[in-house]
Write a protein that binds this ligand. Structure first.
Ligand code: MG
Length: 266
């Protein structure tokens, strides 16, 4: 009798589960949006190599993609910081940036004086480059900081002379016609594979001597690399301009169950 009881109960449970699953399988949610097919690109052979849609800013060979770079020297496959900051010829709005950099060896100086440089998005918003390996400074000024706004989530520095990688995901700020801020800039960044900035909302630009502020500027801007007097080395610099996915709401979202379609009213 006990066994019979179990058989009955188990069968009943199975029927319920199966019926539930069938119902879930049979009914499909459709959002009613007709998406444009995402562009097909060819990824790089490794994650540090540029995908086919990247704009190459430095490939180890020439400085033609940079302005004011006369005193920046190419040594081996690296671009070594010289006198005066440089800016890319190409300008970008929302973008993905890949850049590799190496602090000078042997390490010289301390605090902000050790292999200081910076990646300036739109030539205004600094992601700090600094030798933060065994080198203390204020936390919102160490490597991976948005200068004077936030420290990185972690310190993922490699030793001086070794190559660091920044992968940056940048959302440019937007401005209204009257010059007021429409939406702030956001940055996500990965340092040597570790997330250091997670959709951080910038409070404005990143100067040393005053609070951050937003001032209306062009929709696009160049990438800047800072000269802070230290021979920081850069290589393998590329940028992918980002544009939003495209689609149109062709109809209201609906549920499909066989031939039956039920609009979802919200
Ligand atoms: Mg700097």
């Amino acid at each position: 009798m006990k066994r019979m009881h179990c058989w009955f109960g188990c069968t009943l449970a199975w029927l319920f589960v199966t019926a539930g699953a069938y119902q879930t399988m049979a009914q499909e949610y459709l959002n009613g949006i007709e998406w444009k097919e995402p562009a097909i690109i060819t990824p790089g052979a490794t994650n540090s190599e540029p995908p086919s849609d990247a704009v190459i800013l430095f490939n180890g060979k020439d400085k033609s993609h940079w302005k004011n770079a006369d005193t920046w020297k190419i040594e081996g496959d690296a671009l070594v910081a010289g006198r005066g900051s440089i800016t890319s010829v190409d300008e970008f709005e929302d973008c993905q940036v890949h850049i590799e950099w190496s602090a000078a060896t042997p390490a010289k100086g301390s605090g902000q004086g050790r292999s200081n440089s910076g990646v300036f998005l739109m030539n205004k918003y600094e992601l700090q480059v600094l030798d933060s390996y065994d080198n203390k400074t204020y936390h919102d000024g160490q490597a991976g900081a948005i200068y004077k706004q936030t420290p990185p989530l972690v310190n993922a520095m490699r030793k001086p002379g070794e190559w660091n990688t920044y992968d940056i995901f940048w959302t440019a700020p937007r401005f209204n016609d009257d010059g007021s801020l429409k939406s702030p800039a956001y940055i996500t960044a990965v340092h040597n594979g570790a997330l250091i900035l997670n959709h951080f909302e910038l409070k404005g630009d990143t100067p040393f001597n005053r609070p951050p502020e937003y001032k209306k500027h062009a929709a696009k801007g160049p990438i800047g690399l800072q000269d802070h007097g230290d021979p920081v080395r850069f290589r393998n610099i590329w940028v992918r301009p980002l544009s939003p996915v495209e689609g149109k709401q062709a109809r209201k979202p609906f549920l499909r169950n066989g031939d039956k379609e039920t609009p979802i009213e919200k």
